[in-house]
Design a protein around this ligand. Structure first.
Ligand code: URA
Length: 432
């Protein structure tokens, strides 16, 4: 087999065999195929696409490039969720203890934030002492004992994806459906869960800007998952405004606790309940999604899963007493409030720009190596459709001076107050 022939085959739009795809992935991961040939291959895929069998074979070849976790020591159905990334997305922080409290087993690997999207691992590190690196045995033991664990993705998971993603980044081949779907699914398949819910974000603050693209990506990922023997459900959720009110690492822990106390924003409570409903059905804790959804929603609103969050934090070495005084999560930040200049309703929010404003304050990274400030961020006081009066606070900025002016300028041009009262649709679609 020659790489040049495989590139040519894809250039002419032909279907690649499993063996050819495995040859490409193995050869590139082990340094036999050079960057220039892999770049040409990626561009051929970008223009010619891949069918779902090819995408599945690609995902499985990338999965098999590294360690595939064996979670069989954990009793029962193991569940996982994945978000394609948004602004203010703290779903995993609320969902992990909720799922555990309700009797399912969540074993999750998460990532760090990059650009305007935050990462669960950074958020958890805002809790002093919280350990995001656990040996596999300890990870499995914790899930068995308390029902959940979240750790950083180990370097041994799908190393082919890491190498290929870096090359896609510099060859303008990131935004290809089969490449995105196989990249995400390779990591999920390697992480060992039996059932996975994919939260595919759609809208201004998301990777997928249109509903059509989000549906196409969801269908492909669900198909890859099924062909690889997993139970996969995708839900499309709106990212036309940030999820909840708070953006920034400590601030998102703050809002996750409020949500577990039963005082969370409606949109966050709803998305967590919907994903949990699917997972509880898949884990056979309940018979139907509807039963799971109702149980999850009620449990959140009653504040019954809060202790499970503290148990989860303590199990990974986090300081629960620090969290019990939520003022610690605001810390020594300075505060600046942006107020409304006209009456009406909040009509539009640029979620992407709010994510960028938080990044400018230091909450996120421009480059992978950047250090972040865990305390800074934004608190949005209004959601789309809310009534706004002149002088009402729109956004509180928690800052340490860095990037303040730039963040203020971005925020001022990133929301619209007008006469229309718009109602956003939060859950756009469910794909099974
Ligand atoms: N997230 C991933 O993990 N991979 C992609 O290709 C895009 C988003």
């Amino acid at each position: 087999m020659e790489m040049v022939d495989i590139i040519a085959k894809k250039k002419y739009g032909q279907t690649l065999t499993k063996a050819e795809i495995e040859f490409v992935i193995d050869g590139y991961t082990n340094g036999r195929i050079p960057d220039y040939q892999m770049s040409a291959f990626l561009m051929a895929v970008y223009f010619q696409g891949m069918n779902s069998d090819e995408s599945t074979n690609l995902a499985m070849a990338m999965r098999d490039s590294g360690e595939v976790l064996d979670l069989s020591d954990i009793k029962g159905v193991k569940v996982d969720k994945h978000s394609t990334g948004g602004v203010g997305d703290k779903v995993s922080l609320v969902l992990a203890p909720l799922v555990a409290h309700l009797g399912a087993k969540l074993a999750k690997m998460s990532g760090r934030g990059l650009g305007h999207t935050g990462g669960t691992i950074d958020k958890l590190e805002a809790i002093p002492g919280f350990n995001v690196v656990l040996p596999l045995e300890k990870f499995k033991e914790q899930v068995n004992e308390i029902g959940c664990s979240i750790v950083g993705q180990s370097g041994d998971i799908a190393p082919a994806d890491k190498l290929i993603y870096a090359l896609r980044d510099v060859t303008a081949t990131v935004d290809s459906m089969p490449l995105i779907a196989s990249s995400i699914m390779s990591k999920k398949l390697a992480s060992g869960a039996d059932a996975i819910v994919l939260d595919v974000k759609v809208g201004s603050g998301a990777f997928m800007k249109t509903k059509e693209d989000a549906i196409e990506l969801s269908k492909l990922m669900v198909e890859i998952g099924k062909k690889a023997g997993k139970k996969v459900t995708a839900i499309l959720t709106s990212m036309d405004e940030p999820l909840g009110h708070k953006i920034g690492n400590s601030l998102e822990i703050y809002e996750a606790i409020e949500t577990l106390e039963g005082k969370g924003p409606e949109d966050l409570t709803e998305v967590v309940s919907v994903i949990t409903g699917h997972l509880l059905r898949d884990a056979k804790v309940v018979d139907t999604f509807e039963d799971g959804y109702k149980l999850a929603y009620k449990t959140l609103r009653n504040g019954e899963a809060l202790n499970a969050f503290y148990t989860f934090v303590a199990a990974q070495g986090g300081d629960v007493n620090f969290l019990k005084n939520k003022a610690n999560l605001i810390g020594d930040t300075k505060v600046e409030v942006i107020r409304a200049k006209m009456n009406g309703f909040l009509e539009k929010v640029d979620a992407l720009n709010f994510g960028i404003a938080a990044m400018k304050l230091g909450a996120g990274r421009m480059k992978k190596e950047d250090k972040i400030d865990l305390l800074v961020g934004l608190d949005l006081h209004k959601k789309i459709g809310d009534d706004v009066k002149i002088g009402d606070p729109i956004v509180t900025i928690y800052h340490h001076d860095k990037g303040l002016q730039e963040a203020k300028e971005i925020i001022e041009k990133s929301y619209v107050v007008g006469p229309k009262q718009i109602k956003l649709k939060l859950i756009e679609e469910t794909i099974v």
